[in-house]
Design a protein around this ligand. Structure first.
Ligand code: CU
Length: 109
């Protein structure tokens, strides 16, 4: 069994996602598999969006994405520059590759 994000196993030499400080992004986390995955992002909290696309009034760092479902989150990148990761919060899944790298850069960098 393989545990991937966007079809790839974790590789700390690769940057998977690049974002810029001062921006806000909506991400859709799609789970095509038969297992639930709690998706966890380091550094910046996010708001979970409801089915109408409205943010729920709470800041989270984990969202459960049940099997064969999708969840949308809204996150803003305020002050940290550098590298972080996002990953499944089930340790076995993370260890088997379900993690990606996230690079924050200042605007104009
Ligand atoms: Cu998982």
């Amino acid at each position: 069994m393989r545990f991937l994000i966007n079809g790839r196993e974790f590789d700390h030499h690769r940057i998977d996602t690049r974002v810029q400080l001062g921006t806000t992004e909506d991400w859709e986390i799609v789970n095509l598999g038969d297992m639930d995955h709690p998706f966890h992002v380091h550094t910046n909290s996010f708001q979970i969006l409801d089915s109408a696309g409205h943010p729920l009034p709470a800041w989270k760092d984990v969202v459960l994405v049940p099997a064969r479902s999708r969840r949308r989150i809204r996150t803003l990148f305020e002050d940290f520059t550098g590298l972080a990761v996002y990953h499944c919060h089930i340790l076995d899944h993370e260890d088997l590759g379900m993690m990606g790298t996230l690079e924050f850069t200042a605007q104009g960098a």
